[in-house]
Design a protein around this ligand. Structure first.
Ligand code: ASP
Length: 355
């Protein structure tokens, strides 16, 4: 093949650089944006019936719409994160609030974290058993206490003292999660605990066909950008099915499952928490953006597709930056995820082959 003349080659090179430049590739900066997840795991078409899939898509759309409403009328990223996660905590489909997974002792122990990218203030709670909305409690720890993290009974007591709704622990009970607990304990040859006091009488779930294998994951998380240019992130979870010994995962660990800083990015993670803690996944993604100048998508892929895979961790993240980049990345077969921003249509996805 004959070599192109020098001038032609220079012109081609300049055109390639211009076309590849972010300015040429990027849509105009959105006024506001929100990106959410509802957990990652073995979520594939083969193990999902049409009804369940539709229910998840509807639940994601409803949660996204809540955040959208807050941001569209000029509300803060923090308000959008809290409002959206509250909707998901109330929805028994997700492993957060009502519908959380059970510990090996048959309890729901809830973890959550909240971070404000403008001030880098943060709040987190772990092992909460009575507060209806752990995400609101995490925010209250940030705004109304001198601390960053409260755990167990003390966290619930603090919730009561700041007027957050308390519920009987049985409020969080769902038959589906109980069945997942029994299965997990049988596999581990551990004893099945008695049903929680005040839980509804046992009823065998009528099989609805194939169900997503989300007994391990199903956490919810949100990152938002508001019209003032501030970002915030939050995560809420029941943790892992059949967890023992007051185990705490990455969700409430600032820098692991949750992080927000206007200067870099806002991230919420979901997956095998132990690995996310060791790699400080959320903070590492933001550090790559901040110090290495990587695009958000490249930074998220670097951590989720390479670093996490190398150590055997599975799951994913959603993230956004103050300059309007949105990203998600997951190394599991699926992740419930959705995004919306001013000026573009919402996207709701579950499987790997979706945008
Ligand atoms: N990351 C959570 C944990 O380890 C679990 C999840 O994302 O579903 O507690």
């Amino acid at each position: 093949m004959r070599e192109a003349p020098v001038i032609r080659r220079v012109v081609i090179a300049i055109a390639a650089v211009l076309l590849a430049s972010p300015a040429a590739a990027q849509a105009p900066m959105p006024k506001w944006a929100i990106v959410i997840h509802g957990g990652a795991g073995v979520i594939e078409r083969a193990n999902m019936d049409a009804k369940t899939e539709a229910a998840y898509r509807e639940a994601m759309a409803g949660a996204l719409a809540e955040g959208h409403r807050v941001l569209e009328k000029g509300g803060s990223a923090m308000d959008a994160v809290e409002a959206t996660i509250k909707v998901m905590e109330d929805d028994p489909l997700f492993n957060a609030g009502r519908g959380a997974v059970f510990t090996a002792e048959g309890r729901n122990e809830l973890d959550a974290a909240f971070m404000d990218g403008a001030t880098m203030k943060a709040g987190a709670v772990a092992g909460v058993t009575r507060t209806r909305h752990p995400i609101s409690l995490a925010r209250a720890v940030m705004e109304k206490s001198p601390h960053v993290m409260l755990i167990g009974q003390g966290a619930d007591q603090f919730a009561l003292s700041v007027g957050l709704e308390q519920v009987d622990p049985a409020y969080f009970f769902t038959e589906r999660r109980w069945e997942q607990l029994e299965k997990a304990l049988n596999e581990k040859r551990l004893p099945i605990p008695t049903r929680p006091i005040n839980a509804p009488a046992a009823s065998k779930l009528i099989s609805q066909g194939p169900q997503p294998d989300d007994h391990r994951f199903g956490t919810v998380g949100v990152a938002a950008l508001d019209s003032k240019g501030n970002v915030a992130a939050g995560t809420s979870t029941g943790g892992m099915t059949a967890k023992r010994w007051n185990r705490v995962g990455d969700a409430p660990i600032i820098g692991a499952g949750t992080y927000a800083d206007n200067r870099s990015c806002a991230v919420s993670a979901t997956g095998s928490g132990e690995y996310f803690i060791r790699l400080t996944v959320a903070r590492t993604i933001c550090a790559l953006v901040q110090y290495k100048g990587m695009s958000l998508q490249a930074a998220a892929d670097e951590v989720v597709q390479k670093q996490l895979v190398d150590v055997g961790g599975d799951g994913g993240v959603i993230a956004l930056t103050a300059d309007g980049q949105l990203a998600w990345s997951f190394n599991s077969p699926g992740m419930y995820r959705a995004r919306a921003s001013s000026g573009s249509a919402p996207v709701i996805s579950i499987y790997k082959d979706e945008p």
